[in-house]
Write a protein that binds this ligand. Sequence first.
Ligand SMILES: Nc1ncnc2c1ncn2[C@@H]1O[C@H](COP(=O)(O)OP(=O)(O)OP(=O)(O)O)[C@@H](O)[C@H]1O
Ligand SMILES: [Mg+2]
Length: 334
Amino acid sequence: MEEKQVLLDVKNLRTSFFTDSGEVKSVNDVSFHVNKREVVAIVGESGSGKSVTQLSIMQLIQSPPGKILGGEVWFRGENLLTFDQKKMRTVRGNGISMVFQEPMTSLNPVITVGNQLTEVLRVHHKGMTKKEAWERGIKALEAVGIPDPEARMKNYPFEMSGGMRQRVLIAIAVACSSELIIADEPTTALDVTTQAQVMELLMSLVQENGTSLIVVTHNLGLVTRYADRIYVMYAGRIVESGTAETIMKHPRHPYTLGLMESVPRLDSEKGEQLIPIQGTPPNLADIPEHCSFYDRCKYACEECLNKPHPPLREVEEGHCIACHLDVRGGREHA
Ligand SMILES: Nc1ncnc2c1ncn2[C@@H]1O[C@H](COP(=O)(O)OP(=O)(O)OP(=O)(O)O)[C@@H](O)[C@H]1O
Ligand SMILES: [Mg+2]
């Protein structure tokens, strides 16, 4: 078997926002890694800290009120958290690219798509002429499946559909020749068919260019079929991690079980009932000492209330849960 090479290694990352209502612990001791050519999904409900984790990696946290309080972000042998903004720009330029949730706000509304694309290309390929960059831009749009790319180069972002704008952003990430693409809810604003197309496009980049990919989403159903491994986030922490197959077939954290029952799956049968998880996540400015899922957990027992929040522990090779119990797909109660 080919040996796996770690591309990104995040260790004990902590990021908080200091607000009038106190310290909001958005990312609370998060560790995860991404191997070369690997697709990793970060899954969790709204407000669980998924975006703040990714923005911290890129040092794009607004400060104040935000602050990265600790941790390490290893990428190509260096800890990015020791980088200043100037050095970070070079990483954002050719190491890691981020494709955001709302493509309309990531593209400049008053510059044509072609000019934005050629500008990026010329920054990354010193000496490339405008004309050469324009030709490469057309190819890039073609590569992400935009029909009539010559004409589309002259469009302003508002003249394109949401799906097309998302493809333009992916084309820009490709033009940067990034080793890692972080796609934060890349498909949320899109209809189901376009969602699948954008995911297929990202997957083809992994296969053809050897890119690694982090997909951030609240839709467990969408990513299980694309991701190699999945990290489940809850209230600023990772609560379960494992291969996509393991998480899908044998989830062992009650929150993951809840997520499975609450989202439509691509392979779900018609008429299958979706059961939302009861209750709401804890206030991140006031997280309890005990397990943060306690209030919503249908398996919770006295131990869960009396012990501190459980650390992640390996329950089988490559499969970790942060739970005192081990509910194994809901069938057993250890
Ligand atoms: N600028 C900010 N000031 C204060 N709190 C913030 C700020 N940005 C994020 N937060 C808080 O950090 C927590 C995590 O937010 P984050 O955006 O990472 O959630 P998310 O998992 O990406 O959710 P979604 O699925 O809705 O995108 C939330 O409680 C949010 O309110
Ligand atoms: Mg988010």
